[in-house]
Design a binder for this molecule. Structure first.
Ligand SMILES: NC(=O)c1ccc[n+]([C@@H]2O[C@H](COP(=O)([O-])OP(=O)(O)OC[C@H]3O[C@@H](n4cnc5c(N)ncnc54)[C@H](OP(=O)(O)O)[C@@H]3O)[C@@H](O)[C@H]2O)c1
Length: 158
């Protein structure tokens, strides 16, 4: 079975030192960044095609870092990635045991017609998995005593 090619969007809020989480929470917890949250909501919740819904795909720890009262993230199809869980956590719409199963799920007859944008919303384990560009080495490189990392940024027009 082939997977339909689709754009995967990703969104992440980072500290100046590139940190994205602390003790299972956002680094600035318990401070709330209301405008940052509104931006996240707007980006992930607004489908480009009326009548369809966006998907939010996240790791198990990110799912459980969301306050129970706010799960699932509303107006979006919530898919949780876990190798350990056998059933979707309470409130989540779908469980996927790996990235490719998640992509297959999007192409299933149940979801294919309803899904608009796909947003990968973390956490670090999931983002790390994504940053695998063919031919670009991952991790810290060292040459002649100098350490560096390759980072690839791509921009889109919307
Ligand atoms: N700043 C931001 O924008 C942002 C966004 C999201 C999260 N965060 C923060 O990030 C932290 C959580 O990140 P994390 O790395 O600890 O956890 P995570 O990525 O949310 O979840 C990790 C878990 O997800 C599952 N998983 C991840 N990749 C998978 C794959 N390819 N296939 C199957 N299952 C997979 C595994 O679950 P099992 O162990 O069940 O197999 C893994 O243990 C929290 O502090 C959270 O607040 C920050």
């Amino acid at each position: 079975m082939t997977v339909m090619s689709r754009i995967l969007n990703s969104i992440v809020a980072v500290c100046p030192d590139m940190g994205i989480g602390k003790n299972g929470n956002l680094p600035w917890h318990p401070i709330r960044l209301s405008n940052e949250f509104k931006h996240f909501q707007k980006m992930t919740m607004t489908p480009l095609v009326e009548g369809k819904k966006n998907v939010v795909l996240m790791g198990r720890k990110t799912w459980f870092s969301i306050p129970a009262a706010n799960r699932p993230l509303k107006n979006r199809i919530n898919i949780v990635l876990s190798r350990e869980l056998n059933t979707a956590p309470e409130g989540a719409h779908y469980l996927a045991s790996d990235f490719s199963s998640a992509l297959h799920l999007l192409d299933s007859s149940e979801l294919e017609k309803q899904v608009d944008q796909v947003w990968i919303i973390g956490g670090s384990a999931v983002y790390k998995f994504l940053v695998r560009f063919p031919g670009v080495p991952t991790g810290v490189q060292e040459e002649n005593g100098v350490q560096y990392v390759f980072e690839v940024y791509e921009s889109t027009d919307h």
